[in-house]
Design a protein around this ligand. Structure first.
Ligand code: MN
Length: 216
């Protein structure tokens, strides 16, 4: 909410509902969707049984987020996914997740930091030929990290555009014109003191304003 207001946007928090006609109206009435962080994703959604290290899931929210994504996509409105939001996007569009990267031998970095949320703790390398690079203007950034799930196979039509030094996917984006971007870190918790992270919100709020102009 603060990160959106800081860049001149008007935030609305959408209540979770299973009523499809209400969700359709949500999508019509907002200019951009930001999917925030939260619970683990139900692995049954990518046809995997729950591993013993899976955390708490919230299937009602998974369904809500999926229906919101479906409707936002139809309307070609921009979407930003944060942490769980990135994972929801990847799953919705047909990709898969690791249920617990701490169980992976090759994922050696600390992705569940114990430090305060506004402290960036690990590096992310950003693909040069990407929307994310265009937005941030950086090839290497420092991010915070509060996740134990991560993208395994990238959804069809998407590209992994950010990587931690251990190879964990940290950002994905949809190929094509309409912005559908997911980041594994929490830019909103860094944005107050971090101009690079502010750019992400600045960009998406500007996209939202363009939508408004097009509607008039
Ligand atoms: Mn991380």
């Amino acid at each position: 909410v603060q990160a959106v207001i800081r860049e001149g946007g008007i935030p609305y928090i959408l209540p979770i509902t299973s009523d499809i006609s209400v969700i359709e109206e949500f999508a019509k009435n907002i200019d951009v969707l930001i999917l925030s962080g939260g619970h683990d994703i139900n692995p049954l959604l990518w046809k995997e049984e729950p591993s013993k290290n899976l955390g708490e899931i919230f299937p009602e929210r998974d369904n809500f987020d999926f229906t919101l994504l479906e409707n936002m996509e139809k309307l070609k409105k921009p979407i930003l996914g944060i942490c769980r939001g990135e994972q929801v996007i990847n799953t919705y569009f047909g990709g898969t997740l690791y249920q617990d990267i701490n169980s992976l031998e090759w994922a050696t970095l600390k992705h569940n930091q114990k430090n305060r949320p506004d402290l960036a703790t690990h590096t992310v390398n950003i693909e040069k030929n990407s929307k994310l690079h265009e937005i941030l203007g950086e090839e290497e950034i420092l991010v915070n990290s509060f996740h134990h799930l991560a993208v395994k196979t990238v959804a069809p039509g998407f590209k992994a555009v950010g990587f931690a030094k251990d190879g964990v996917v940290e950002a994905i984006e949809k190929q094509g014109n309409n912005l559908v971007l997911g980041v594994q870190w929490h830019p909103e918790m860094l944005a107050e003191k971090n101009n690079i992270m502010r750019k992400l919100f600045k960009y998406i709020i500007n996209e939202a304003k363009k939508e408004k102009v097009n509607e008039r």
